[in-house]
Design a protein around this ligand. Structure first.
Ligand code: CAA
Length: 257
């Protein structure tokens, strides 16, 4: 299926989504978010897709929510339309999602990347929440996810000044997992996704849910949830296979059951 704002392909077990509004530096308008959500629904329903990579162009992952689209909103229309509501579909994806970020990841672009499970950054990546310069503030999770990723002082500095962070600083601040040369970004992201795709799919989903719980609930509830997920893996064939393979000194053959 062809999309107006995305390029979509699968590479083996990996679904690759490329944001594709080059003239607007991949600014995220309602149509793009709707198309992105359609693809995520399809990838989630497709058993052959085991991990997803979201990327943009070499110049921009995404330069934010589409300012031209937002311009005409007033408070009442923003509230009534709740136009940011569809954005968090990607955060609810049960399969692992990797953001492969080159160039600008600003405003909603940074927020979209932070909704993914792992951010892999090209060495030319730049992250920021410049909404303050537009007389507004991050509206798709920036004030909440950034502080959890990089801590209060740095998050506050970025949100209140609109300063951008380069890839090295983002790595040092733990916003991104790793920085790679821009030319290798997609290959590295696919390699990472492939590594995850080789594991047991149900156990990957459970591990992802357990890690995400740490950002959503308190420590005691999180520990209880983790333990229930851990014990639940003992109901899978893959847990038996994984441990037996270790004992037998061979590689496991997971069947996703
Ligand atoms: N929305 C709409 N269009 C955008 C855009 C955005 N967020 N970002 C860039 N564009 C458009 C520009 O208007 C321009 O279009 P025209 O050629 O038609 O004028 C085109 O993309 C290229 O942009 P520039 O000429 O500005 O490119 P540049 O290389 O000089 O600068 C940039 C690049 C620093 C990223 C600059 O484009 C910029 O500052 N963009 C806006 C970043 C921003 O403020 N993002 C936050 C948006 S608000 C938000 O995201 C709210 C939220 O939390 C949900």
């Amino acid at each position: 299926m062809a999309y107006d704002t995305l390029l979509v392909e699968t590479r083996g077990a990996v679904g690759l989504i490329t944001l594709n509004r080059p003239k607007a530096l991949n600014a995220l308008n309602g149509h793009l978010i709707a198309e992105l959500n359609t693809v995520l629904d399809a990838f989630e329903a497709d058993e052959a897709v085991r991990a997803v990579v979201v990327t943009g162009s070499e110049k921009a992952f995404a330069a934010g929510a589409d300012i031209k689209e937002m311009l005409s909103h007033d408070f009442v229309s923003a509230l009534a339309s709740d136009f940011i509501a569809p954005w968090d579909r990607i955060a609810r994806c049960r399969k692992p999602v990797i953001a492969a970020v080159a160039g600008y990841a600003l405003g909603g672009g940074c927020e979209l990347a932070m909704m993914c499970d792992i951010i892999l950054a090209a060495d030319n990546a730049r992250f920021g929440q410049p909404e303050i310069n537009l007389g507004t503030l991050p509206g798709a999770g920036g004030t909440q996810r950034l502080i959890r990723a990089i801590g209060k002082s740095k998050a506050m500095e970025m949100v209140l000044t609109g300063r951008m962070m380069d890839a090295r600083e983002a790595e040092q601040a733990n916003l991104v997992a790793r920085v790679v040369p821009a030319a290798d970004l997609i290959d590295e992201a696919i390699k990472l996704a492939d590594t995850i795709a080789e594991k047991s799919a149900p156990v990957v989903a459970m591990a992802k849910a357990a890690v995400n719980a740490a950002n959503e609930i308190g420590l005691n509830d999180g520990l209880r949830f983790e333990r229930s997920q851990f014990y639940a893996t003992f109901a899978t064939a893959d847990r038996g296979e994984g441990m037996q393979a270790f004992v037998d000194k061979r590689s496991p053959k997971f069947t996703n059951r």
